[in-house]
Design a protein around this ligand. Structure first.
Ligand code: G1P
Length: 286
């Protein structure tokens, strides 16, 4: 079974980046020279997915404009013969189909995904949380699709985190069934104590369509939000769920330090700015 659709929840207020996010969607904050959401869209494309479904909300129109063709801009760049910039700009909208729907109320990640139910229909699909930018040789979604090839069911991306950070993530209890592959026995969203392991769910999922029914049966948490992890727990009662411990460096761009780390790390990969940035950082710490 081929997976072609990817859901990108993008309706949050971005409160951790206020006041910057008062009028700019958090997803559009640049990491070096690209909006952070583009890193994930590129990962989706490099993994062979073709349909991107954004679940947005009020004040997120900049995302639609960004992934659309800008005829005026492209005409000017063509006239000026700025081929390289033109390539960067036109690449964004090529080859992929973009679909938009809205999450009308802030009812949590599970609910955001449920908003894409009618667009997805009855097939398995991918989910990308754009806060998680992952730098890897093989795109993480591609690594997960390989696991899906062997175990065509729900697949969660996981990574080991330090014990003191398990309360910040969905945590799995898993049984190793192959290199970097676990059969998931249980999941807990942000355990305050006694985490079942230190394998944390990172923002990439392949979900079976039955997740929508599970979301409908999920009770809101203490903050009135429907958590995806809680829906996966329900799904586990009737279906197999697997986890893929991916290789790659993950940046939590939803957090100020993680966002700056991502900027520095990706900037240091750019030959045109690398040396000057290095000199500047050396001076800062000397
Ligand atoms: C969400 C999920 C959590 C997961 C995390 C990964 O939490 O609910 O299970 O571990 O993303 O980034 P959030 O960080 O949105 O609170």
């Amino acid at each position: 079974m081929k997976i072609t659709k990817a859901v990108f929840p993008a309706a949050g207020f971005g409160t951790r980046f206020l006041p910057a996010t008062k009028s700019i969607p958090k997803e559009m904050l640049p990491v070096v020279d690209k909006p952070l959401i583009q890193y994930c869209v590129e990962e989706a494309k490099a993994s062979g997915l073709t349909e991107i479904i954004f679940v947005t909300g009020r004040g997120k129109r900049a995302i639609e404009d960004y992934f659309d063709t800008s005829v005026e801009l492209e005409t000017i760049l063509k006239k000026k013969d700025q081929k390289e910039i033109l390539r960067l700009v036109s690449n964004i909208s090529e080859d992929l189909q973009y679909v938009y729907t809205r999450q009308k109320k802030p009812l949590g990640l599970g609910h955001a995904i449920w908003c894409a139910k009618n667009i997805i229909g009855g097939e398995p699909f991918a989910v990308f949380l754009s806060d998680d930018i992952i730098d890897s040789k093989v795109p993480v979604m591609k690594q997960m699709l390989r696991v899906f090839g062997k175990h065509p069911s729900t697949i969660l991306a996981v990574q080991k985190v330090p014990g003191k950070k398990t309360h910040m993530y969905g945590i799995i209890k898993g049984k190793k069934v192959g290199p970097g592959t676990y059969r998931v026995m249980d999941v807990v969203e942000k355990p305050k104590k006694n985490p079942p392991s230190n394998l944390a769910i990172i923002g990439r999922y392949i979900l079976a369509p039955e997740i929508f029914g599970a979301i409908e049966n999920t009770m809101p948490d203490g903050h009135g939000e429907i958590q995806l992890t809680d829906a996966i727990k329900i799904l586990l009662k009737t279906q197999d769920v697997y986890a893929c411990e991916f290789s790659g460096e993950r940046f939590d761009a939803g957090d100020k330090t993680g966002f700056l780390r991502a900027n520095i790390s990706f900037a240091l990969k750019k030959p045109e700015i690398r040396d000057e940035l290095r000199r500047f950082m050396k001076k800062l710490v000397s």
